[in-house]
Design a protein around this ligand. Structure first.
Ligand SMILES: [Zn+2]
Length: 263
C-alpha cells in the first residue's frame, strides 16, 4: 500500500496540461502511465523525491533484480562496455576539455575510462550514489551533490560547463523540461549536452508489453518517442546536432541525441 502523502501529482511535462489523458495498459499497481493529448507518455503520479532518495534509488533498483543467469550477465557486461564507449566517443567528439556536468551521475563509474582532462561534476537523487560519486569526482577536481536537479543547477554558476551528460536520466526526472531549460544557464556557449533515453516508440515495447526494458515502475516517470524528445529539446531552446537515423527507427530500444543551446 502506498501512502498518498508520499505521492506527487504532476501535469504533462511536455505541454503542462493534464486534460484528456488516456490511461495506457502498461502499469505496475499503483503506478500507471497516461498519454497526453500532446502525445507525451508519462506517470501522472510519482514518488516524491524524499522517498526516492532511499527507497527507489536508481542503483538499488538494479541490485534488487533477481539473480540473473551467466548468459544475461555476460550480455549485460558487453552492453555496458558498448554504452560507455558510445558515451566516450560522443564526449570526445563534441565537448571541449574542461568541466562536465553529469546529471543522474550514479556512482560516477562512467568516468573511469574518460580522460582526466574532463573534470566531472554530478547530481544524483540517490544519497548513496551521490556520496560514492563525490569521492571519485573530488579526486579529479570536481564534486557530486545529492539533490533534485531543478534545485541545484544554478548553484554551479553561469557558463561553467563544456558539456553535460544526461544518460539514462530524463526518463527519471519529474521536471525534465525545467531541467533542460535551467541547464542552459550553466553551459558555455559552445557546450553540448549528450542525451540517452529509452525509445517508447520501439517495436520491442509493443511486443513485450509490460516486460519491455524501458519500463521500470516507479522510476521511469517519462517515456519519450523520437517526436516528443525532439519537441521537448526544441521547446527548451536547443538545437539538435546529432540524432542518428537509426534512433528514429522502432527497431531501437534507446535513443542517443546531442544538443546545443540555441544562440
Ligand atoms: Zn501534454
Amino acid at each position: 500500500m502506498v501512502n498518498n502523502s508520499k505521492i506527487k501529482k504532476r501535469f504533462c511535462p511536455l505541454c503542462s496540461k493534464s486534460l484528456n489523458n488516456n490511461t495506457l495498459r502498461y502499469e505496475s499497481k499503483p503506478w500507471k502511465l497516461v498519454k497526453c493529448e500532446c502525445s507525451f507518455v508519462y506517470m501522472p503520479e510519482v514518488p516524491i523525491y524524499e522517498r526516492m532518495k532511499k527507497e527507489f534509488s536508481w542503483e538499488r533498483n538494479f541490485s534488487d533484480e533477481e539473480v540473473i543467469s551467466t548468459k544475461k550477465r555476460v550480455r549485460r557486461y558487453i552492453k555496458g562496455f558498448l554504452k560507455r564507449d558510445k558515451l566516450k566517443s560522443l564526449l570526445y567528439r563534441f565537448c571541449n576539455e574542461g568541466e562536465i556536468l553529469d546529471i543522474g551521475c550514479g556512482s560516477g563509474a562512467k568516468f573511469n575510462n574518460i580522460s582526466n582532462k574532463y573534470i566531472p561534476y554530478g547530481i544524483d537523487i540517490s544519497e548513496e550514489s551521490a556520496r560514492e560519486a563525490n569521492e571519485v569526482f573530488k579526486k579529479r577536481g570536481g564534486e557530486a551533490v545529492c539533490a533534485p536537479s531543478t534545485e541545484v543547477l544554478d548553484r554551479f554558476g553561469e557558463n561553467k560547463f563544456s558539456g553535460a551528460i544526461l544518460r539514462a536520466y530524463l526518463e527519471h526526472e519529474h521536471d525534465p523540461f525545467e531541467v533542460l531549460k535551467n541547464l542552459k544557464y550553466t553551459l558555455k556557449n559552445d557546450a553540448f549536452a549528450i542525451i540517452k533515453v529509452p525509445n517508447y516508440g520501439s517495436i520491442n515495447r509493443k511486443i513485450r508489453g509490460n516486460k519491455w526494458c524501458g519500463f521500470r515502475f516507479p522510476d521511469h516517470v517519462n517515456q519519450f518517442t523520437p517526436k516528443t524528445l525532439l519537441t521537448m529539446v526544441s521547446n527548451a531552446n536547443y538545437e539538435v546536432v546529432k540524432f542518428n537515423f537509426f534512433d528514429y527507427l522502432p527497431t531501437s530500444d534507446n535513443m542517443w541525441m546531442v544538443i546545443k543551446p540555441k544562440s
